[in-house]
Structures are given as structure tokens and as C-alpha cells.
Ligand binder design. Sequence first.
Ligand code: HAM
Length: 422
Amino acid sequence: MKFAAPPYMLDKLPYPPERDSWRHVARWRAVERIFREVCRVYGYREIRTPVMESTELFCRAVGEGTDIVGKEMFTFTDRGERSMTLRPEGTAPVVRACLEHNLLSEGALAKLYYICSSYRYERGQRGRYREFQQTGVEALGSQDPAVDAEVVSLAMEFYRRLGIERTELKVNSVGCPACRPAYRQELLDFAQPRLAEMSEESRTRFTKNPLRMLDSKDPKDQAALDTAPSLLDHLCSECKTHFEAVLEYLRALEVPLVIDTRLVRGFDYYTKTAFEVTSPLLGAQNAVGGGGRYDSLVEELGGPPTPGIGFGLGTERCLLVLEELGVQLELDRETPDVYLACIGECARRAAVPILHGLRTSGIYAETDYSDRSLKAQMRSASKMNSRFVALLGDDELAKGMCQLKDMVGSEPQKEVNLADLA
Ligand code: HAM
């Protein structure tokens, strides 16, 4: 029987594969390194949460009426008869952990970041997987629109540092529990007579989650809702003032953006600011990241009233865009410093402690374990791009020396005392 990775869950590989070089782990590390560095200068600390949580957490946080909870979660019953779900997103687990470990104190802002795998049972395609990684941040404890601007600009700075150009930042306000219900009703009244022309999906959303009809990419829905009332025209004064302040800050930071009154993200927890970053270089799955404010979520999950805002950025999609752009990431060096080529049984035996000594001195040292000819060992060293080759035969061994050959520079081969090799 042949085994394969689960559908739409990808192995990331130790060497650059011929196709899809973005699956080379070194590239992932490079992206993660840049994300960590950007988070560091913005003052965000890393948090790690388990890969699964109680199903109830996501039902409450993300919302029963959403696609994620309704049809995309990997849910199972564990051996203790608990319903568990592989995290479909990072925000709810972070809020849960903050409450469990008292990370939220009044008047203080908790600024957290994470790099985590997420799981959604979606129809797979390029850029859409069932296991994917998000780099995300959450800032909990402030209503200040300057925090919205900080979070958005952090995301944009990350793309800039990566070398991802031509992204589009779309921003909207989805209102709050004070102003949304009236808008929701107006939208329902507007859509009702047009339902027959709309897609099946939008008809379902009409009853379950009407605002999401606005987000539909189906041209039929877009035509039917073309003149629909706009959420932005229905914001209460608090949401309106907040949105204007966010825009003002972002303009002051010279972050280019478009206001997209149709942007309604697929989670029930959002209030006020919602944003998404897209790239024209991806096909249908063009969102490289998204986020927004969630001022009621902490309370919803049993905590004290605590506003929050954050984002999640898809690592696969970032890497796909980088590949499209041909951006050379700065990868960790994975080539040996020295390859110990041995001639004969004695040398091979002596090589074991020599290698150990080099490695414990922090030198990346390789050798051959297949008893191959010197020629074959030299070929290996050169294929691995080893910086040096140290040749060890009976003669050298007797003198406590080896022959050191520079594989890159033009320095002539020289004899080096084994004690000084490191
Ligand atoms: P989201 O928009 O569902 O938001 O996901 C964020 C990003 O994850 C997307 O923009 C996309 O790049 C990537 N992504 C989502 N689904 C997939 C998939 N199936 N395959 C590959 N990439 C995917 C959230 O998850 C929110 N928790 C973000 C947030 C944090 N809001 C506030 N704080």
C-alpha cells in the first residue's frame, strides 16, 4: 500500500523541489524570520497555543452561521468523549489563552503574535489548502484607532520587508451591535425581491449571515446588489468617528488603501475596522491576509469587556507571490563548512572523533558513510557545495595532519595539523 499526505495538506521539503520551490522549508524559515523581526520592532510577543481546542470555542467565537463553523471544521470526538476541533484560525485560541492565563490587565495592551498551522476542510486549489499556515498578531485592550493603524501598518511593513509589491489594501467598517442590526434589516429588505436572480450561496446567506451576501464574487450577486445600501452610510457616530480616525492615521503613515464598502469578512466576531490585503498575482484565492477589530469577542468568551484587533496572513500565499515575483529570499546557509574525505579504514575510524570535535566547535562538518572512493567523496563534497575538503589518509594520520583543500577560493591545498583544524 502506498501512502500520501492527506488531500490538500502539503509536505514542506528539505531541498528546493524542481517545481514549486516555495515548498522548500528554508523559504518558510526566511518568511518566518522576517515576520518575527517585524513583530519585534512593533513590540509583539510570541504566543503558541495547541493545535486543537474544544469545538465550542470556535462555534462561539467564529459564529454558527459562518462557512467555517458550518462546513469547514475538522471536528472529532476524542477518547474522553469531548468534541475537539483542529484550529481553523488563530484569534479564538489566543483570546482563550489570554483569559486562561490572565494576560489581559485593565489599561494595558496585550500585543501578541503567532505563527501557526490552521485547518479548514475547503475545496482545495492553488493557494487554498486544508492545512495552511498563518502569521498573525492580536492586540487586546485598546479602542484607540491608532492601534488599528499600527496593526494594519505592521502587516504592510511585513509585505514590504518580504519584497511583495503591488498588494492592494482594502479597508471597511462593519459597524457594531448598535448600528449593524438596522443595516442588516435594510439589506434584507433590499435583497428580498432580488433573491431569485441571486446565487444559491447568497440565498443561504440571506437567512444565515446576510452581510456576507455583499462579499460574494458571483457576478449575478454583484449585479443584484449593485445599488444595495452601503454599510458605511449606516454607521453609528462612534463607529463613523473611529473609521475616519483609522483612515486619517493610515494616510498619515502613507499606507495606500482603498475603501471597499463590500468587504465583509467571514467571521461573526468583527466590529468596526475590517481589512484585507490582496495580490493580483494570485488567481481566485487572491487574499494574502486579512483582519479586523473584534470588540465584543473577549466578553463573548467569558472575559471582561476588552476590545481587540488583529490579522492573519497566509504563509503559502505569501510564498506563492514571492515565487511569482522571483524574489530571492535570504535563506539560511545549509552547505557544509568542511567535508572530511577519508582514504582507508583507519582514516574512517579516526574521522569519527575529528568530526565530533569540529561539530562541537560549531563547524558544519560532513563525511561519507558508504565506503566510497576518494573520487566519489570529492564529487559529494562538491555537490553539497562544501567550503573545504579535509583529506585524511594513512600518511596524514600518522603525522596527525590532514590536507585541506579550498573548494571555492584559489588557495593551494595545504597540510594542517588536526589539532588546529577547527
Ligand atoms: P482569514 O481571512 O480567514 O482570517 O485568514 C487569513 C489569511 O489566511 C487569508 O487572507 C489567507 O491568506 C489565509 N488563508 C485562509 N484560508 C486559507 C486556506 N484554506 N489555504 C491557504 N491560505 C488560507 C482569519 O483567520 C482571522 N483569524 C484573522 C484575524 C486575526 N482577524 C483578527 N485577528
